[in-house]
Design a protein around this ligand. Structure first.
Ligand SMILES: [Zn+2]
Length: 296
């Protein structure tokens, strides 16, 4: 009885102390990376929900009824496009008339050169400090058109965010440019880093082209082993959302270093290594620099 009284008092006090409720828009994103970017642009003016959760495989996701429920009431949806989220348009049909913005619009595509996806655009456009501005500008446009009353705030937040990203990457780029040219290779499990490799002046190779394809077949492993041997490549990396086993096998069979995990398709939980997009770019770039500069 006393507990209930105290509980009632607590609720009354909590409600009494509550801030006036902000008129927020609800922004839905296909994965966690865009949710963090959208929060940086939106500030206090939006509630942002990612359909896929931290650590999820995002290419071929199967939404549950619960995932659909979380999207209900969205004012705007943000996705990558370029063939990345094969499930997204079907998912959106469940929500009725939500306008979707394709955040990769304006990215100059780099084509996939291997396997079944040869000739298609590599969809991982956000994985690039150079492309970050395009994504951020598209988010600013999406939120401003959805909520014109706060357009000035979205534009200001977007500019501050772009400046922060540019400042973070100048020293990392300089460290890579200081490496001998024949060491500047980025070899990974999935070919998810074409844009990052271009930004940093790295040659790129991978065991497989895209996670929707077979991962680490004997032919794929053979091909990358030959490439590593021919070019004296010092290190191979893997990604957080796939098994590291094929990359570790390649490292064992060639005698080169396994450089650890790169993050691209998903953020970690808040207590993990990459809770934000800026962390995702920073930790991944620093892991690459560490792997390439370590002496064998
Ligand atoms: Zn991917």
């Amino acid at each position: 009885m006393r507990f209930l009284t105290l509980l009632g008092l607590f609720i009354t006090l909590s409600l009494g102390a509550a801030q006036p409720v902000l008129a927020q828009i609800k922004v839905l994103t296909s994965f966690t990376v865009f949710a963090d970017m959208a929060r940086n642009v939106a500030g206090e003016h939006a509630e942002v929900v990612s359909i896929t959760r931290e650590g999820a495989e995002i290419h071929m996701f199967r939404p549950t009824p619960g995932d659909i429920k979380r999207g209900l009431g969205a004012d705007v949806a943000l996705w990558n496009g370029m063939g990345l989220e094969t499930w997204f348009e079907r998912y959106l049909e469940n929500l009725g008339n939500v306008k979707a913005y394709t955040l990769s619009d304006g990215v100059e595509p780099i084509l996939i050169t291997e396997d079944a996806y040869q000739g298609r655009a590599n969809p991982h456009g956000w994985m690039s400090p150079g492309n970050a501005n395009i994504y951020i500008d598209n988010i600013v446009t999406a939120l401003s058109e959805t909520d014109p009353a706060n357009a000035d705030a979205y534009a200001a937040n977007g500019e501050a965010y772009k400046a922060e990203i540019a400042a973070t990457f100048a020293p990392i780029r300089a460290a890579i440019e200081a490496l001998p040219e024949d060491r500047r290779w980025l070899v990974t499990s999935e070919a998810a880093f074409s844009y990052l490799a271009r930004d940093f002046g790295l040659k790129e190779a991978s065991i497989w082209a895209i996670n929707a394809d077979s991962q680490g077949s004997p032919q794929q492993v053979r091909r990358i082993i030959d490439l590593i041997n021919e070019n004296n490549i010092p290190v191979i990396f893997s990604e957080s959302t796939v098994s590291p086993k094929p990359a570790e096998q390649v490292a064992r069979e060639t005698g080169i270093a396994y450089g650890g995990v790169l993050y691209v398709d998903s953020l970690s939980t808040p207590d993990g290594p990459v809770p934000t997009y800026l962390d995702l770019l920073k930790v991944t770039s620093q892991t690459i620099v560490t792997g390439l500069t370590a002496q064998p």
